[in-house]
Design a protein around this ligand. Structure first.
Ligand code: PGA
Length: 253
C-alpha cells in the first residue's frame, strides 16, 4: 500500500492577513496541476479564516499550529478545536518543539491536545524529535520512544488513521543543518517499528511520517527518496511560494 506524500508548510509566527492571502494566491498558481501529493499550509491563527476563503476550491488543506483541549470557557488567549474546525482547518500541528521548548508543552499536554483535536474530527500532525544534547548523549531513540508513548497514550487503531507523525530533530530546525537522508531514515524506521510494537503492522505501514528541519528544494529529493520518509514539514522554505512550490514538486526535481 502506497502512502500519499504529504508536504506541509508551518509558517510559525509569520505573515499578516494580507501577506498570508498573497502567499497562498501565489502558491495556488505555482502548484496547480501537481498530482500525487497532499499539501497543507499552517498560517498563524489570525490569518486562518482569510486563507481558508482564498483556498476555496483548491486542493491545498488548511492547518493550525496549535489548539487548546477545552471546547470553550475561561481560558484567556486560547483557541478551541471547534473554533479551528469552523474556520476550515483540517489538520492541527501538535507538540512542535518550539511549543515544548518555549511554552512548557509536555508529553501529557500534547496527548490532551491530540485527543481534543481527534474528538472534533481534526487530523493531527504530531511532532517529535530530539535535541542536539540528547543526540550526543545517545538518547535519540529513548526520547522519541517517550514522546510517542506519552503523546499517543490511549489512542486506538482507528484514531491512528488521523495521525501524521513529523520527525523534527530540534538541532535541524531553522539552523540550516538538515539531518542527512540516512540519519532521517534511521529515525523514521525506528518510529515505524515502534508504531508496529504499540499497534500493528497495518497501522504502522499506513501512517505517514514527515521529516522536518531545514528542508529546502535542494535537499528534499534525497530525503523523499528514503522508503520511510513520506513527506516534509517545512518552516523557513514555506514562507515563499517559489521555494515551497519546488518542494511540493519534488518529483520533478
Ligand atoms: P525549518 O522549520 O524548516 O525552518 O527548519 C521546520 C519546522 O520547525 O517545522
Amino acid at each position: 500500500m502506497g502512502r500519499l506524500p504529504f508536504i506541509a508548510g508551518n509558517w510559525k509566527m509569520n505573515k499578516t492577513v494580507r501577506e498570508a492571502v498573497d502567499l497562498v494566491r501565489e502558491l495556488k498558481a505555482a502548484i496547480s496541476g501537481v498530482k500525487g501529493v497532499e499539501v497543507a499550509v499552517a498560517p498563524p491563527f489570525t490569518a486562518l479564516y482569510a486563507v481558508h476563503e482564498e483556498l476555496e476550491g483548491s486542493p491545498i488543506c488548511l492547518a493550525a499550529q496549535n489548539l487548546f483541549w477545552e471546547e470553550k470557557g475561561a481560558f484567556t488567549g486560547e483557541v478551541s478545536p471547534v473554533m479551528l474546525k469552523e474556520v476550515g482547518c483540517l489538520y492541527i500541528i501538535i507538540g512542535h518543539s518550539e511549543r515544548r521548548q518555549f511554552f512548557g508543552e509536555t508529553d501529557e499536554t500534547v496527548n490532551r491536545r491530540i485527543k481534543a483535536a481527534l474528538a472534533q474530527s481534526l487530523k493531527v500532525i504530531f511532532c517529535i524529535g530530539e535535541t542536539l544534547k540528547e543526540r550526543e548523549e545517545g538518547k535519540t531513540f529513548s526520547v522519541m520512544e517517550r514522546q510517542m508513548e506519552g503523546g499517543l497514550k490511549g489512542l486506538g487503531d482507528q484514531e491512528m488513521r488521523n495521525i501524521v507523525i513529523a520527525y523534527e530533530p530540534v538541532w535541524a530546525i531553522g539552523t540550516g543543518k538538515t539531518a542527512t537522508p540516512e540519519q532521517a531514515e534511521e529515525a523514521h524506521r525506528f518510529i515505524r517499528g515502534k508504531l508496529e510494537r504499540i499497534y500493528s503492522r497495518e497501522v504502522s505501514e499506513g501512517i505517514r511520517i514527515q521529516y522536518g528541519g531545514s528542508v529546502t528544494p535542494e535537499n528534499v529529493k534525497g530525503l523523499m527518496n528514503q522508503p520511510n520518509i513520506d513527506g516534509a514539514l517545512v518552516g523557513g522554505a514555506s514562507l515563499k511560494a517559489e521555494s515551497f512550490s519546488k518542494i511540493v514538486r519534488f518529483k520533478e526535481l
